[in-house]
Design a protein. Sequence first.
Lengths: 513, 339
Amino acid sequence: MTPPPMSPDLALDVRAVGKRFGGVQALVDVDLQLRRGEILGLIGENGSGKSTLVKILSGYHTPERGASGEVFGRPLSFPVHNPGELGIAVIHQDLALVDEMTVVENLGVSSGYASAGLRPVSWRRERARSIELLERFGVDVDPGARVGDLAPAERASVAIVRATRALSDHGHEHVLILDEPTSYLTGSEAERVMRVMRTVADGGSSVIFISHHLHEVVDVADRVVVLRDGRVVADVETATTTEAQLIAHMLGRELGDFYPARLDPARTGEFALVAEHMTGEIVDDLSFELRHGEILGVTGLAGMGQQELPYLLAGVRTPRAGIARRGDGRILGRSPAATLRAGVVLVPGNRQRDGVWLDATAAENISLPVLGDYYRNGWLNGREESTRAKRLMQTFRVRPPFADQRVADFSGGNQQKIVLAKWLQGEPDVLLLDEPTQGVDAGARKEILEIVRAATEAGAGVAIFSSDLEQLANVCTRVIVLWRGRAAAELIGDEITEDALLRACQGEPALVA
Amino acid sequence: MVTSAPQEAGAPSDPLERDGEDRGRRWADALARYGGRYALLFVLAAFIATFAIWLPDKFWTEANFRAMVNSQAIVLLLALAATIVLRTGDFDLSIASVMTLTAATASVIVEDGRSLGLVLVVAIAVGVVVGLINGFLIVKIGVSSFITTLGMMTALTGAAIAVTNSRQIYNLEGPMLAIARHKILDFPLRTWYGWLLVLVLWYVYERTPVGRYLLFIGGSRDAARLAGLNVDAIRIGTFLASSIVAALTGIVLAGFLGGIDPNIGPGFLLQPFAAAFLGATALHVGRFNAVGTLIAIYLLVVGITGLTLLGAERWVNEVFNGGALVLAVMFARLVGRRR
């Protein structure tokens, strides 16, 4: 691939970037050009090298010899020192905001509050400046609000505005790199963030946008660069491409269907789980049944209760009222331990906090719920534990299936498969899955959903609690849509389309069955 | 383990970390892979070799080695008690004061001519009560373990002084002394207790589910709870266990000293923690463990003894222990980052 000659229209132009970690070649001879005022989507599977590339641009990694680059025509030397001064800012998924401080305080912190050293800060001026910035980028938040109290989309928007402000302070054009700012947002929230992104780009910033949500990339980006195994495999205008083509580029093959085929809603069995009058902070007097052999989706807009419900059912949070029991009448109980004993497992949505301990090995994490099985005659059998974990990792297609590797050293998709291996090994009767494919690439997502489908076919009752309407529309045999904690709609079988779900989510309580 | 295994092709997860020079990385990788686990043992061996060559007459003698080992008996017991709570991610700073208090009660009881059985009952009662109060405040109310046990430490120091009526008690006689001083294979019992406890805790930590549960509670409390562990009960249990071990150590201390100076507690605060943290850099890197703690104790005493024999003043003791604590934590962080 011969790169085009350097052009004055380019905001960022890097050439021949390579990076090796031990025996793994993470990036091979990558060229990347970003035009002025453009939004460039950067996509690829977990492990394709996206993050490594970003971390080279932010000065976190040093590329191999031979790399060169320019920012707005000025030479870029590696390793990159002080990217801010060059006009490059990276916003990571965690946003790096201080929850305890106000919007104004957060917006000013990277700019030194327009003061220096011990000279006093004019809070009045800071506030005025913040209001002006927020208005300019169309971000409707109270400048005095504590950032921790904001909705996720508002937090992401504040982070973007802050980075833009800090870069403008350096007085020249700039490049904004957004590393998966939307991966934990629901559809409508992500759209708000993307509108801010568009405004920023229209204001002259050049933006690199990284996301696992291909439809977002296709919606907002002007151009898309696809990385696979550390190489650029495609560089296309979004107007001339489709999600399917992008996925083919990412995988290097056709995925076939993105989703396994939907199970027949007619072939369901007995009740697996019955919830009666379940009431929590948001969930409000909700009753429903889950049958063996069905995949029930529970969804709604953010804050409608689908994030709370699985934790109420599993006894992680104490419900204010209501009870959940198994089909045979056994009560699930008031603690995670009691829920597990009743044959019900909850796969939590916050994988890194609730699903695993990142510093422990894959085997230690997988065996935790059944550790007692390996303790015989007063001795914990480490070899048996490790062998069985390895077998499970192969079954759940964890790559590489190294049982003694720390979980932190696996990619997001593989971490999620480890979490599933941990919870599905006992072949539970009921599976409660909170956002099971969040932050996971297309290939791994399909494998995860195939695992879930296989468990369902084997007779488990499965409930997926998620805001990913596309996924729900493709895998669920039945979907309950929540509105302010109550069931607002129920869709069955072929009624479940993304469009129908979207309309039901927007709250048309008239649909109540 | 391949240290730079592909997570987003090798990218570490801590965004504040830079990889710096590749050469430095390779060197550190090699150290972490081959040296990390046994580094503390190598350092201990290097210390012993150095001082043995330097001071063959003073250091390299059986008497000196016995003295070094026996001098650490009490500290070893306390350090092991500390690891029980540290393993679940909490602190128990009150152990030294629990020890002093039971040493004081034991001394007073023996002084009054009462039985050893009473000594034992009172010590266990003190351990249970303190452990339950610590556990309740920390686990059920949610007060930070650091603050709770710091307060407990101070209060119990006062209680020890009250028990002895502000006196130092010494020159006690009778069977309590034998508890600490009786020799088996030429080592006093107090040293054997520590070794026995190393063995017990090694078994619990490495060979039973409970040891693993403690580790997961320390590493990821939410994941542990969702996996069905009774996190609250286990945490309260660790405070109970560490207090009871500390309380029994008090009897050994009283037997060893033949009494007690009730102001002695704070002097035993830092060294056990230095050893526990240093021990967490050995064998099971990043995890508090029993055998690593034993190695750490001997590393500290060999260093201090060697320097003292070379003519260093008494204050070297504090500097060495304090420095070791900070260095241990720093080393653990660096190794943790490498992985």
